[in-house]
Design a protein around this ligand. Structure first.
Ligand code: PGA
Length: 254
């Protein structure tokens, strides 16, 4: 009942020219693919080129940003707001661990960004995930529950029901070539993420929200994740930078 979603996080790779080339190649390989939502998240500066290259008719590839500011406009040097992104894309990644850690983003800040994304009519991919130390200390559940519930806080059920996607990305698995085991990722997606959503919003909404896994996903391991009942797709970094491997990931989810 939940449509699978495969999202590409290009991170700080590919400017307009390189991004357009990869987009065209991905589009060529995924022409006519249905039954899976596909989202490409290039750097801000690359979004306009991709948005302009999209066919006028409905494309099966949506676009997303990798972050946004919580305010709509103002004196925030170097930042980009959700309303500015609205004409260019449909999705925004919020709370990626590289922003939480590298930019000191707190759950309170992430909460404000979620508000901004939803108020602009965009859809958030909210990232949560524990670090290695927390995992080894047996704190995975409390860390993720905290990130999720402090991030969502007072957001009303009606606002998150349809648009919200959660990505479970254990920090130690990102870019390490060492993915979580599919069974363990499913356990977190189900009895931690979905259970927290259920406590907060009720069982029905918890069953509707899509939960992705992210962290060293490749064409070789994607099927294991997609086989899990509580995992609805993947947020992919490294393997999304190659058209053939990204297309293989999407086709595995078809
Ligand atoms: P990775 O990155 O696939 O390169 O591990 C995933 C992510 O950070 O979203």
């Amino acid at each position: 009942m939940r449509t699978p979603l495969i999202a590409a996080n290009w991170k700080m790779n590919l400017g307009p020219e390189g991004g357009l080339a990869l987009y065209r190649e991905v589009r060529r390989r995924l022409q006519g693919v249905r039954g899976v939502e596909i989202v490409l998240c290039p750097p801000f500066v690359t979004l306009p080129a991709l948005a302009a290259a999209r066919p006028a008719t409905r494309s099966n590839i949506a676009l997303g940003a990798q972050d946004c500011h919580w305010a709509s406009h103002g004196a925030y040097t170097g930042d980009v707001s959700a309303p500015m992104l609205r004409p260019l894309c449909e999705w925004v990644i919020i709370g990626h661990s590289e922003r939480r850690e590298g930019h000191g983003e707190s759950d309170a800040l992430i909460h404000k960004k979620l508000h901004a994304v939803l108020d602009a009519g965009l859809r958030p991919i909210l990232c949560v995930g524990e670090g290695r130390a927390a995992r080894e200390a047996g704190e995975t559940a409390s860390v993720i529950r905290g990130q999720l519930l402090d991030g969502l806080a007072d957001l009303p059920a009606a606002q998150v029901r349809e648009p919200l996607v959660v990505a479970y990305e254990p920090i130690w698995a990102i870019g390490s070539g060492q993915a979580a085991s599919a069974v363990e990722a499913n356990r977190v997606a189900g009895i931690i993420v979905r259970a927290a959503l259920s406590d907060h919003y009720g069982e029905q909404i918890a069953a509707q929200v899509r939960v992705l896994y992210g962290g060293s996903v490749t064409p070789a391991n994607i099927a294991d994740f997609l086989r899990q009942p509580d995992i609805d797709g993947a947020l992919v970094g490294g393997a999304s930078l190659d058209a053939a491997s990204f297309a293989a990931l999407v086709k595995a989810a078809q």
